[in-house]
Design a protein. Structure first.
Length: 404
């Protein structure tokens, strides 16, 4: 067997697409790994100018090779800020400043601007995963010491991989996000039946408001999406970001949506709101963009050219849930934030991030703080779920709770 060789790569273009995707498929045990970690997805983020050093993201994946075979890889980014992560470590940056340390640049492992559970080191199943995880963390520590980097952060971590990283010295921090899980619904009426009577009435009223406004929401998936509609989706996305002023961070360029129309359509689903009877591609008044995997749907972006109460709920929640049920999709992650998700049947779940720090004093402070913070987060998850408007007989599926 050839000896292992570690290489720090200068972005996705420095890695062969076939070797990257072969490794992901092998590591997942499936030909359909998470779309957000496919080579083409990550490469288009870079080549479109969305995730580039000028925007505070320097791609630097770490690969382990045996000869010409890629056997392990860690998607990593040097970052000069904390935007686009959705795990908010600004308090860590403030602590660093108070004790005279420089927090940025930091090293981050995630699929950029995508709060999607599943980050891990992708390791060939023929290799010893625990051993290579520990080795790659040692290499990352050495890289950080060489370049004066204080903080390493792996975000939205795959719960199955987390114990290996924890065993190698990573500190666990829990956050929360809400997910809808299909326990076996065969139609939207089954979904409605899971709610108490009051919330069933609310959902029906919200959907009627959109219908009464003369709008229909049509799903378009994969090759059925006209390329021009993705260009329109960029306009909606930019419009929505602009409405939030300085807080409306716009990460993706128009070139990324053009690349999506060309190279990524197999992963995409658009939900287009348009005048009833009109073509969804001809005159959409609002749209949401979702990403699909083998059995999961992720909500990513939305925008609207009209101000209509409840349109957001229809385009971003109800229409995707109805489509997911029809397609046999079992989980729908609508994205970060939004307490209104709870009223639509999205159950709060803990999300794992893993951290390590090169300064011992800084690490000691945070490692002392984390257990209490994690206990509080689990209590918050329980409190949120205790108020979900389900019938007394309905027990919604829950994700396993990590040990704090």
């Amino acid at each position: 067997m050839a000896a292992l060789q570690a290489r720090w790569h200068r972005g996705m273009a420095d890695l062969p697409e076939t070797k990257w995707d072969r490794l992901l498929a092998a590591a997942c045990g499936s030909p359909a790994p998470l779309p957000f970690y496919r080579w083409r997805w990550l490469r288009q983020l870079e080549s479109s100018g969305s995730i580039v050093p000028e925007q505070g993201w320097q791609s630097c994946p770490l690969g382990l090779w045996r000869g010409d075979q890629l056997v392990a890889v860690a998607p990593l980014y040097l970052k000069g800020h904390s935007y686009g992560e959705f795990v908010f470590d600004q308090s860590f940056a403030e602590l660093a400043a108070r004790i005279g340390l420089q927090y940025y640049p930091k090293l981050v492992g995630m699929s950029p601007v995508s709060p999607v559970m599943g980050y891990r080191f992708w390791i060939d199943p023929a290799e010893d995963a625990a051993q290579l995880t520990a080795l790659m963390l040692e290499l990352i520590d050495g890289f950080c010491l060489e370049h004066g980097i204080l903080s390493v952060n792996f975000l939205y971590v795959d719960p199955a991989w987390a114990p290996l990283a924890e065993a190698a010295g990573c500190a666990l921090w829990l956050n929360q996000q809400s997910t809808w899980t299909n326990p076996g619904f065969t139609g939207f009426e089954d979904y409605l039946a899971s709610f108490n009577a009051n919330q069933r009435r609310n959902i029906k009223r919200e959907r009627r408001a959109v219908e009464s406004a003369g709008l229909t929401v049509t799903p378009l998936a994969g090759d059925a999406i006209p390329p021009a509609l993705l260009a329109r989706m960029h306009d909606f996305y930019a419009m929505h970001c602009a409405r939030w002023g300085p807080w409306g961070s716009k990460y993706l360029t128009e070139a990324f949506f053009q690349a999506a129309a060309r190279d990524l359509r197999e992963h995409l689903v658009l939900f287009a709101a348009h005048p009833s009877g009109a073509s969804p591609a001809a005159d959409p008044l609002a749209m949401s963009l979702c990403v699909r995997g083998a059995d999961q749907l992720w909500g990513r972006y939305w925008g609207s050219a009209v101000e209509l109460e409840n349109l957001h709920f229809e385009v971003c929640y109800y229409a995707p849930i109805a489509w997911a049920i029809e397609q046999g999709i079992t989980r729908f992650d609508p994205g970060a934030g939004g307490s209104h998700k709870r009223r639509r049947g999205f159950v709060a779940e803990p999300r794992i991030s893993l951290h390590r720090w090169s300064d011992r004093r800084f690490a000691a402070i945070l490692q002392q703080w984390l257990p209490g913070a994690n206990e509080q987060m689990l209590a918050q998850v329980d409190a949120i779920n205790a108020e979900l408007p389900f019938t007394a007989a309905y027990d919604p599926p829950h994700a396993p709770t990590p040990e704090p």
